[in-house]
Design a protein around this ligand. Structure first.
Ligand code: NOJ
Length: 560
């Protein structure tokens, strides 16, 4: 396994709209980010992943881009962005930008041209099809509810949009489009950025015939995902992108890939494939959903989580690389999801951090995770802003007549705005995020949960994450060691062993609010071990043996 800087890094994700507002308009911005870089430096992260800051009509908060080389007015100017990058590099913080090239905004000049006529030079930048018997060209559903096709009167054809109708899918079969994307990537790389996070990048190759997806008797739509995820030319496109662009720079890449298996991830990330460095899997994020999809709530079975993550750890042990994450701007807050955001908020947030950061892979921290920010339960749909949530609500409540309480419950548990409520900086009004009116309400728990309080408390989650990060810098075993799950069938404990060059780590995590007894592997009994970190106070050096873990307790022992 080759050593690489991005294997040894910890990434921090910033969702700019919700991070820090410097000018009082209620919307986070670039100068707001720059003014918080010392905070990030103190945490100890190496890389920032910045969600889109490009010009956008904000149908999907910047994931609908109308100009790839311009900065969104609400966020500032290119000069602000350049200053931010310079200030990051001064502090040895790298920057990776979001690359959203499965689709653009319908307000992108390419699409405006493409719509004009069937023979417009930009027509083939997008995916247009004639109606089938007066209807959509196939039965696919959009990820944001409703059909994945929109009819355009002017030319009498439909265009494909896997996401909202304001996010038309780009046609990667068309080589001039690919060249434009590569040029755009070079534009940002030449400005000095350190890599890309690639939005739904395994969607860019579609099955050429766009066949109907499987549709159950009660379903309104078919499932098109087998025909747009990991499509026939995906590896060819990513390899081409690598050869034409990425291989000429020392950068890191992470591809967001719904529906990817660990075995497929090897093909995307193994060194000799020259495609990407790592992918974001969704398998562990789908375990608390029923057959009805994300909004169909189902309790997490810890053994499922262990099996899934262990499978990824083992599959990518000697080839490829894992990313490690619990949170991002699309996921509910982890402490509310797999932990306890009530009595054991602090303990469970630290335990979840331990469980993730001691695995093999590059860890990602999402803004606010380091202070244990929680989900939010706004009473009214009026307080929600996310297009996925609003479209789903409309569909389920207004069209299918489902009970408002049920739908609101699923929004409270799974809605994307849980992650997007503004960052809680201090106990002042709106959590110190803005002096104006925030674009999305702040979580009312900000007087208690905020960065200032965390920085003033030596026992805070912030300092625990800081310690996790510094351990990773200190011990190669955390970065490069092998991983083995122990107690596979245990329903409450997520325990594992890491091993590297004669050293071993024993990682113990109690995922419940009750005390649990644990057993150590036989070979460890009686061995002297030092406790690298724990979320409860303990002796530093012990002789290993069976014992008990307190509610949500986590411990990491080093042997040898
Ligand atoms: C994945 C992004 O993370 C999400 O926020 C966005 O809505 C979709 N891709 C579409 O760009």
């Amino acid at each position: 396994m080759t050593k690489q800087w991005w294997k040894e890094s910890v990434v921090y994700q910033i969702y700019p709209r919700s991070f820090n507002d410097s000018n009082g308009d209620g919307i986070g911005d670039i100068q707001g980010i720059t003014s918080k870089l010392d905070y990030l430096k103190e945490l100890g992260i190496d890389v920032v992943w910045l969600s889109p800051v490009y010009e956008s009509p904000n149908d999907d908060n910047g994931y609908d881009i109308s100009h790839y080389q311009k900065i969104m007015n609400e966020f500032g100017t290119m000069a602000d962005w350049e200053e931010m990058l310079e200030e990051m590099h001064k502090r040895d913080i790298k920057l990776i930008m979001d690359l959203v090239v499965n689709h653009t905004s319908d307000e992108h000049p390419w699409f405006i041209e493409s719509k004009k006529s069937k023979d417009n030079p930009y027509r083939d930048y997008y995916i247009w099809r004639s109606p089938q018997n007066g209807h959509e060209p196939n039965n696919w559903e959009s990820v944001f509810s409703g059909p994945a096709w929109e009819y355009d009167e002017q030319t009498g054809e439909y265009y494909l949009h896997i996401f909202s109708k304001k996010q038309p899918d780009l046609n990667w079969e068309h080589q001039p489009l690919r060249e434009e994307v590569y040029d755009m990537m070079k534009f940002w790389l030449d400005k000095g950025i350190d890599g890309f996070r690639m939005d739904v990048i395994n969607f860019i190759s579609k099955h050429p015939e766009l066949p109907d997806g499987e549709q159950g008797p009660k379903d309104t739509f078919g499932d098109g995902s087998p025909y747009f995820m990991n499509g026939p030319r995906i590896h060819e496109f990513l390899h081409e992108m690598n050869q034409e662009v990425l291989s000429n720079y020392d950068v890191m890449t992470v591809g967001e890939m719904p529906g990817v298996t660990p075995e497929q991830a090897i093909d995307y990330t193994a060194d000799h494939r020259d495609e990407l460095n790592m992918v974001f899997t969704f398998e562990h994020m789908d375990l608390d959903s029923g057959s009805g999809g994300k909004w169909d709530l189902k309790p997490l079975q810890l053994t499922d989580l262990k099996d899934t993550l262990a499978h990824w750890q083992k599959a990518l042990e000697s080839q490829g690389w894992n990313s490690l994450y619990w949170n991002n701007h699309d996921q509910p807050r982890i402490v509310s999801r797999f932990g306890d955001d009530g009595a054991y908020r602090v303990e469970s947030a630290k335990m979840l951090g331990t469980c993730l950061h001691m695995m093999k892979g590059t860890p990602y921290i999402y803004q606010g995770e380091e202070i244990g920010m929680t989900n939010v339960s706004f009473a009214s749909i009026e307080d929600y802003k996310d297009i996925e949530t609003l479209n789903m609500y409309k569909d389920k409540v207004e069209e299918q007549g489902q009970a408002v309480e049920e739908v609101m419950k699923s929004i409270h548990v799974k809605g994307r705005d849980n992650a997007r409520t503004p960052m809680q900086w201090d106990a002042s009004e709106h959590g110190g995020f803005t002096t104006g009116t925030p674009w999305l309400r702040v979580n009312p728990n900000y007087p208690e949960i905020n960065a200032e309080a965390a920085l003033n408390d030596p026992q805070s989650i912030f300092y625990y994450y800081q310690a996790l990060i510094s351990l990773r810098k200190q011990y190669d075993i955390i970065v490069y060691g092998s991983f083995d799950l122990i107690d596979r069938d245990h329903e409450s404990l997520f325990n594992y062993v890491r091993e590297y060059q004669g050293e071993k780590l024993l990682v113990l995590n109690n995922f419940t609010g009750e005390e649990q007894s644990y057993q150590v592997p036989e070979a460890f009994i009686g061995k002297e071990a030092s406790l690298l970190i724990s979320n409860y106070g303990h002796k530093n050096v012990v002789e290993l043996g069976d014992g008990f873990l307190q509610p949500y307790e986590a411990r990491v022992y080093k042997i040898g």
